[in-house]
Ligand binder design. Structure first.
Ligand SMILES: CCCCCCCCCC/C=C\CCCCCC(=O)SCCNC(=O)CCNC(=O)[C@H](O)C(C)(C)COP(=O)(O)OP(=O)(O)OC[C@H]1O[C@@H](n2cnc3c(N)ncnc32)[C@H](O)[C@@H]1OP(=O)(O)O
Ligand SMILES: Cc1cc2nc3c(=O)[nH]c(=O)nc-3n(C[C@H](O)[C@H](O)[C@H](O)COP(=O)(O)OP(=O)(O)OC[C@H]3O[C@@H](n4cnc5c(N)ncnc54)[C@H](O)[C@@H]3O)c2cc1C
Length: 652
């Protein structure tokens, strides 16, 4: 059986060109080629082996990560890889490491906040990894509330503790440290500073600084490859020019000079990383869905006809749990692509002193980070359940994926805290309508408020739910009505902050509705463009409808309570959804093949490309150190006496 493609039949029955879909998924032919090359490079190099991770102790695990990161860097230099190729190589190594923070936050922070002079000094060092940086913002007592950070940077500093920064615990030589800047007795709020924390000669921690790892985190292996750290400063002195001074400066005399830019630009790295996290959500979800889909096509239970049991993927309940996740993976991919565009656009505008789209960029990155990570974390867990008992084995790849992924709901901004930011943005948009301010970008639909408040859904038969403009309008109506309702209720409070606090659960729901509208709108927009490839667009249209109608089904309470649709129309949406699941069924395996994941990256016996699950599960079990001996260590101390005692008792 070894080597047989158990999924060949599934692949033969698909109705589209999987190679063309691979290009759409990757974003372009060039992006596909880079990804494909890097994933194979990693998969074929035994130095990047990862199937032994679960058996390592924390210290072995961490050292192994250091080895891989150093080896990856050697490869990057030897092969003269471009920045894009290096990023993809690190991605496929698939092991959280200090390099994520160095390249993902420290370098972007320098680029975003440094003056020309500071860039010339620090960037070459960081690019050559002659210094290793982390991002130290969260304190023991404050994470979400950045404004209230207690660390101060003054001529007379006091002591403080950081908590969580990745790469800090054992590796980084430098940190971007966030502290409230105090000069001439005045507090100018939070700013970013570069602080050297370890010696570049022997890696010892510099005087006045105490650093350690914060301890074991959730899950076996998983994010424990990362040295999240605690750091304590005691009267540390740094040169004045290590305040990143692109947007505000402190002169030699201690005078604070603020450029004519919004102070929120100091939060720019968070916007950048949140955007990246949205794209990463589609990676993590697609990976789980790939495993669950292939395994669901291999696994058979009940319903024996001609002596062959039914593939579990043919059960309607399995489809109704799995296919919305498949559709969500594609939806998050495309909204991530759009967010990348939005981010590039806002960056270009900022360079030209146009700050008008900054609130929109903040709201979109915060909101989409929040709902895509929440759905992905839940989705990975659902995929584990979809794989039955075998899904609970580490060799399924799913427990580790869940444990690595789930902190995405917390890091880079707790999801609820971020949704409240979106809610503030929405309430502000609604209140500005009264003064005639025209909403733009993702809130442009609010400009048609009167129509949205009065319109009725046109659906009369199930197929009407395939009409993109009907679907889009339903999402707009639901979102607009929820925001307006919140704004109305808020206006009844004399104290707005108190009202916001009281109504925050409803405000979060309104924010979710707005973000789901963005995802649906961007999927529809993507399909309006040119999508080459035999049958590719047709499949994507089905997935788009599944994403929208499943979301409608899941949040039916919103759609009914806002009178956006009637119960009859809800039932027609369910009919349409069932029909779409049946249409996607023959294409399911090919749709996950389009992610182009190697078996190495998937790290799952259940998700193997060839579907040859059982012999490999069986072989894997025997590799476990527990099976080194038939009689376990501990038998003589703990089992034998017990058995002997029971024997004695039974003779009495
Ligand atoms: C690093 C990896 C990269 C690769 C990622 C992809 C791979 C995935 C694997 C990742 C692996 C590891 C990643 C782990 C990294 C984790 C790192 C961290 O977690 S770093 C710490 C991050 N911390 C946070 O995110 C803190 C969350 N809190 C905040 O962001 C803010 O404080 C807040 C948004 C909650 C603001 O609170 P508030 O006090 O209400 O706001 P302010 O008064 O400060 O501001 C009000 C005003 O400003 C606007 N605003 C707020 N934030 C922004 C912003 N970022 N940009 C623009 N504008 C902003 C806000 O809307 C208000 O506007 P008004 O007009 O005044 O209403
Ligand atoms: C794996 C991991 C890696 C990390 N890496 C880094 C790093 O490299 N650098 C760094 O600086 N930080 C890092 N962090 C810290 C992370 O950014 C913070 O944990 C995160 O911003 C949440 O802040 P908090 O822990 O203070 O949560 P809290 O704010 O204490 O949240 C606790 C609860 O309170 C709720 N809550 C808080 N405020 C409000 C509010 N206003 N309204 C309603 N509910 C509220 C939240 O929803 C949540 O349920 C990391 C965290 C993790 C888990």
């Amino acid at each position: 059986m070894e080597g047989v493609d158990h999924l060949a039949h599934e692949r033969n029955r698909s109705q589209f060109d999987v190679n063309d879909m691979k290009i759409v998924w990757a974003g372009s032919r060039e992006a596909f080629e880079v990804s494909d090359r890097m994933s194979r490079l990693v998969a074929n190099d035994p130095a990047f082996r990862k199937d032994n991770r679960v058996h390592l102790t924390r210290k072995e695990l961490f050292k192994n990560t250091l080895r891989k990161a150093a080896y990856a860097w050697k490869k990057i230099i030897e092969l003269k890889l471009s920045e894009e190729e290096a990023g993809r190589l690190r991605f496929f190594v698939d092991e959280p490491a200090y390099t994520d923070l160095h390249w993902g936050m420290f370098v972007p922070f320098l680029k975003g906040q440094g003056t020309e002079e500071q860039l010339q000094k620090w960037l070459p060092l960081a690019y050559k990894m002659q210094i290793i940086g982390c991002y130290a913002q969260t304190e023991l007592g404050h994470g979400s509330n950045v404004q209230w950070l207690e660390t101060t940077a003054t001529f007379d500093p006091k002591t403080d503790e950081f908590w969580w920064p990745g790469g800090l615990g054992k590796v980084s030589t430098h940190a971007v440290v966030f502290a409230r800047l105090i000069t001439n007795g005045r507090d100018y709020g939070v700013h970013g500073f570069i602080v050297q924390i370890r010696s570049l000669d022997d890696h010892s921690v510099l005087p006045g600084i105490t650093i350690g790892d914060i301890g074991v985190k959730f899950g076996n292996g998983a994010y424990n490859t990362m040295d999240n750290g605690v750091m304590h400063f005691d009267h540390i002195r740094i040169p004045r020019n290590q305040l990143l001074m692109r947007f505000s400066q402190v002169t030699r005399e201690g005078k604070y000079v603020q450029s004519d830019v919004p102070r929120q630009l100091v939060y720019g790295t968070m916007v950048y990383v949140r955007k990246t996290i949205v794209i990463d959500a589609s990676n993590a979800l697609s990976r789980a869905v790939c495993i669950a889909t292939r395994y669901s096509a291999v696994r058979r239970q009940f319903g024996s006809q001609d002596g062959v049991e039914t593939q579990v993927i043919n059960y309607k309940t399995q489809q109704s749990r799995l296919f919305p996740l498949l559709a969500s993976a594609y939806a998050f991919r495309f909204v991530g692509e759009w967010l990348q565009w939005l981010y590039t656009d806002v960056t270009q505008r900022l360079a030209a002193n146009d700050f008008s789209t900054l609130p929109e960029a903040h709201a979109c990155t915060a909101g989409l980070k929040s709902i895509t990570t929440a759905a992905t974390a839940d989705g990975i867990e659902e995929c584990r359940k979809l794989c039955g008992g075998h899904g609970y084995l580490c060799s399924s790849g799913l427990p580790e994926l869940f444990a690595v992924y789930v902190p995405a709901c917390t890091y880079e901004g707790d999801n609820v805290v971020l949704l409240l930011q979106v809610a503030r943005f929405l309430v502000k948009t609604v209140s500005q309508l009264v003064s005639g301010k025209k909403p733009v970008g993702t809130t442009a639909y609010m400009g048609r408020l009167q129509h949205l408040m009065e319109s009725t859904c046109k659906v009369q038969k199930a197929e009407d739910w395939l009409n993109p403009s009907i679907v889009l309008e339903a999402f707009e109506v639901r979102s607009a009505r929820m925001s307006v309702e919140c704004a109305k209720r808020l206006s009844q409070f004399t104290n707005q902050e108190e009202g916001f606090h009281e109504l925050s659960p409803s405000l979060v729901e309104a924010a979710v509705a707005h973000c789901q509208l963005i995802i649906v709108a961007k999927f529809i927009e993507k399909l309006q463009g040119d999508i080459p490839g035999n049958g590719v667009k047709d499949q994507l249209q089905k997935l788009c409808s599944i994403y929208a109608l499943f979301t409608l089904h899941k949040h039916l309470g919103d759609f009914l309570s806002t009178s956006t649709i009637t119960p009859k129309q809800a039932s027609l949406a369910d009919d349409q959804l069932r029909s779409l699941y049946a249409q996607v069924r023959p294409n399911a395996v090919a749709l996950v093949d389009a992610f182009n994941y190697t078996d190495h990256y998937l790290g799952s016996i259940l998700g193997r490309y060839d579907g040859n699950v059982y012999p490999n599960l069986y072989d894997e079990a025997w590799k476990d150190p527990m099976n080194d001996t038939a009689v376990p260590d501990g038998y003589h101390e703990y089992i034998k006496p017990l058995l002997k005692q029971q024997l004695r008792n039974s003779r009495l």
